[in-house]
Design a protein around this ligand. Structure first.
Ligand code: NDP
Length: 247
């Protein structure tokens, strides 16, 4: 990978305040991008990531699960920071339960944040990116969106939905030079997966040919590739970063 190949480009990472999003912010910062670390709740964590990425990074609060929140975030970045060249729709939540116990609120929260958030953000950046005839979008799906997982119907539906969104948008925007891809991480060691019971963790490892949980940097490097010119002819693709779990 060339050094600082994203120099001069603004990269907005939703849910950048910890876990995979924080690693993506750091990696895109190393590639030279002017990184915007988005978050909703934890300003201190977001500020910590911003400081680590460097002086030219920013942290901006904004709830992507609402149309107004996403539109406001895009408007703020475009007017105060610069034209968004790269959008990484990483913000995501889980509210796991078996279907008979799954509350309507937990269904809606997960769909609204994981799928709605990406939709609202893509809709908000589409106009400025179309005008500039350039842009790269990466949506954070999941191995669970491809294969399903008991106890995660809401999460799996949201992540499968992201794959349809990605492929459709790639077709819609490709003619104007905008690429849209997705990443389907396997189990990555973050706060989201640290809560897994030991038996579940062992079962996952047993099915992972590479025999380890992923690191956040594994995903961040894949994002860097997809948003760079190294992937100039790649769009509508779902890149598994899962140690072979999905094979
Ligand atoms: P974390 O829970 O560690 O981080 C989630 C991030 O999303 C936080 O920065 C959080 O910030 C932010 N966030 C949550 N809701 C919103 C919202 N409405 N608007 C803006 N930001 C929001 O998750 P991970 O790092 O583990 O996961 C990141 C992504 O990768 C998610 O989409 C997840 O589904 C996906 N993924 C993760 C896997 C894993 O094994 N960890 C595997 C496959 C996919 P704040 O708390 O401040 O709101």
């Amino acid at each position: 990978m060339p050094d600082r190949e994203l120099e001069g480009q603004v990269a907005l990472v939703t849910g950048g305040s910890r876990g995979i999003g924080a690693a993506v912010c750091a990696e895109l910062g190393r590639a030279g991008a002017e990184v915007v670390v988005n978050y909703t709740a934890d300003a201190e964590a977001a500020e910590g990531v911003r400081a680590e990425v460097g002086e030219r990074a920013h942290s901006v609060k904004g709830d992507v699960s609402t149309s107004d929140g996403a539109a406001g975030l895009v408007e703020h970045v475009e007017s105060q920071i610069g034209p968004i060249a790269i959008l990484v729709n990483n913000a995501g939540i889980t509210r796991d339960n078996l279907i008979m116990k799954l509350a309507e609120e937990d269904w809606r929260d997960v769909i609204d944040t994981n799928l709605g958030g990406a939709f609202f953000m893509c809709r908000a950046v589409a106009r400025p990116m179309l005008k500039r005839r350039a842009g790269a979008i990466v949506n954070m799906s999941s191995v669970v969106g491809v294969h399903g997982n008991a106890g995660q119907t809401n999460y799996a539906a949201s992540k499968a939905g992201l794959i349809g969104l990605t492929k459709s948008l790639a077709k819609e925007l490709g003619g104007r030079g905008i690429r849209v891809n997705a990443i389907a991480p396997g189990y990555i060691s973050t706060a989201l997966t640290d809560a897994l019971p030991e038996a579940a963790r062992a079962a996952i490892l047993a099915q992972t040919p590479l025999g380890r949980l992923g690191a956040t940097d594994d995903v961040a490097r894949a994002v860097r590739f997809l948003v760079s010119d190294q992937a100039a002819f790649v769009t509508g693709h779902v890149l598994a970063v899962d140690g072979g779990l999905g094979v």
